[in-house]
Design a protein around this ligand. Structure first.
Ligand SMILES: O=c1ccn([C@@H]2O[C@H](COP(=O)(O)O)[C@@H](O)[C@H]2O)c(=O)[nH]1
Length: 240
């Protein structure tokens, strides 16, 4: 289990991230998510800067391309020294294997390759939407479980899913298989564009190994207090 909630740094500039992080104690190492929004603005330098500040990085770029392209991209990504990265499970078995091989090849000697996990069905997707837009007859849970089993067979470390599917994923894979769950909302908070939402404490009870939280922290009046409350909810239940 990753004890710190992973904070999604969904900002469009380094300056905005600096302002945000200045609201946190400067000696507290965080686990942060660098996603497409900031990565496409600032590039790998943002990862280097956050690492230098002592933070662990979840680099969520959701790679999805032909196996050769994904493998070669992962060779480059492996040099950034991030803890976890992502691909889209829909890219298929060969693509996921290629991602893993690229990370192994690209990681400098003596360092541990990043863990790689596969996005199943986005937490902003409902079953009705998935069936209509992706022309899928299966239930959302069946689709997520299918992708999770495929990710495990391809040698990946886990999946991105909602907490609603986490325990069933562990049942069909293993307890060690990571279920990293966005779509986290403390009770009473707006779901925004998320469809499959769960509170931090409930996510733990439902089998999540890690939670990713963006707007409930980044848009809070007091982001550090919001972070601490979410961390307490997530960890308190875990400690019981
Ligand atoms: O299925 C997915 C995959 C990734 N995400 C990412 O998590 C955060 C969630 O942000 P909130 O503001 O807490 O909704 C965001 O960076 C997404 O890109 C996801 O939500 N769902």
């Amino acid at each position: 289990m990753i004890e710190r909630p992973i904070i999604a740094l969904d900002f469009s500039s380094k300056a905005e991230i600096k302002t945000f992080l200045n609201k946190f104690p400067q000696d507290e190492p965080l686990f942060v998510k660098v996603g497409m929004e900031i990565f496409y603005q600032e590039g790998p330098a943002i990862v280097e800067w956050l690492k230098k500040a002592g933070h662990d990085i979840f680099l969520d770029l959701k790679l999805h391309d032909i196996p050769n392209t994904v493998q070669r991209s992962m060779i480059g990504l492996a040099k950034m020294g991030v803890a976890i990265t992502t691909v889209q499970a829909a890219g298929g078995h060969q693509m996921m294997q290629a991602a893993k091989q690229g990370l192994d090849k690209g990681t400098p000697a003596g360092q541990t390759p990043p863990q790689v996990i596969a996005v199943t069905q986005l937490t902003s997707t409902s079953q009705a939407q998935m069936q209509k837009e992706q022309l899928v007859q299966a239930s959302l849970e069946e689709s997520v479980l299918h992708y999770a089993k495929g990710a495990q067979e391809a040698g990946l470390d886990g999946v991105v899913c909602s907490a609603w599917e986490a325990q069933k994923i562990h049942d069909v894979t293993s307890e060690n298989f990571i279920c990293l769950t966005p779509g986290i909302r403390p009770y009473g908070k707006a779901a925004d564009d998320q469809k499959r939402v769960v509170s931090p404490g409930k996510a733990y009870l439902m089998g999540a190994n890690a939670i990713v939280v963006g707007r409930p922290i980044t848009l809070a009046d007091d982001p550090y207090k919001a972070y601490q409350n979410i961390k307490t909810d997530w960890n308190d239940i875990a400690d019981e």
